[in-house]
Design a protein around this ligand. Structure first.
Ligand code: NAP
Length: 249
């Protein structure tokens, strides 16, 4: 395991599987110390072991991002213990799909709390240590649903569109402090989130994707890798859509 105080520290939510796991592995391969955050400890320990076996550095943070106090506390603890906080990837997300006539308030509020409010809380907690370090890279993982809408996803699409406004505001507020903020908006990616979609839906999606395949978690991780690099200091307030040419919005 390689650890040193010059190493940039990245905090990735929803690291236990899917896109968050791929982002964590990629950022570790980029030389970051990656704090792996989600609710379930066992897959995080497994990922930490994998990263370390590959010569990287990681630590585990068990947190429910829907609990704002715990999430803010986790960010503050990492900044205090490691003496820096460079990269924040708000990736944890859920769906509670239903057509709007059948969607209850609870399903709306829960998705907003886990997908959007959590990102606000984490950004607010990370802003101070990033400004202190005169460097920061915030990446909020949204979705093409938030850009063009999607039937059955009023709550999810609203949460993801909200991330765009949050990100652009952060970019304006913190740009002069060396902190950038961007959105990466995936299209259809093969993960647990999409594995139960009916075959007809997936085939229908594939027909609209220019590169004629579903995305892989690694496709999203590659975009996050660039956006969080030192080279990307002039890239801020942007929505980078990684969808195989599905929307081109
Ligand atoms: P996934 O396979 O369902 O994984 C979701 C991750 O979020 C898990 O690590 C889960 O960990 C974590 N999570 C969920 N609720 C949490 C909570 N309350 N507190 C902490 N962690 C929580 O999803 P995915 O496909 O990788 O999606 C990752 C992100 O990409 C999401 O924001 C999603 O909206 C977005 N996205 C995905 C697609 C796609 O096609 N897959 C498309 C567009 C956007 P635990 O259960 O262990 O807590």
């Amino acid at each position: 395991m390689t650890e040193n105080s010059d190493q940039r520290v990245a905090f990735v939510t929803g690291a236990s599987r899917g896109i968050g796991r791929a982002i964590s592995e990629r950022l570790a391969a980029d030389g970051r110390h990656v704090v792996l955050a989600s609710r379930s400890e066992a897959p995080l320990n497994d990922l930490k072991a994998t990263i370390e076996a590959n010569g990287g550095s990681a630590s585990v943070c068990v947190v429910d991002v829907g609990d704002g106090e715990s999430l803010a506390g986790a960010v503050e603890t990492v900044a205090k213990e490691r003496g820096r906080f460079d990269i924040l990837v708000n990736n944890a997300g859920i769906t509670r799909d239903n057509l709007i006539l059948r969607m209850d308030d609870e399903a709306f509020d829960e998705v907003i709390r886990v997908n959007l409010r959590s990102a606000f809380v984490a950004c607010r907690a990370a802003a101070r240590p990033m400004m202190k370090g005169k460097f920061g890279r915030v990446v909020n993982i949204a979705s093409t649903s938030g850009l063009v809408g999607n039937a059955g996803q009023a709550n999810y699409a609203a949460s993801k569109a909200g991330l765009v406004g949050l990100t652009r505001t952060l970019a304006r507020e913190l740009g002069s402090k060396g902190v950038t903020a961007n959105v990466v908006a995936p299209g259809f990616i093969e993960t647990d989130m999409t594995k139960d979609l009916p075959e007809a839906v997936l085939e229908g999606a594939k027909a609209t994707i220019s590169v004629k395949r579903l995305g892989r978690a690694e496709d999203i991780a590659a975009a996050v890798s660039y956006v969080t690099s030192d080279d990307a200091g002039f890239l801020t307030g942007q929505v980078i859509t990684v969808d195989g040419g599905m929307t081109m919005a």
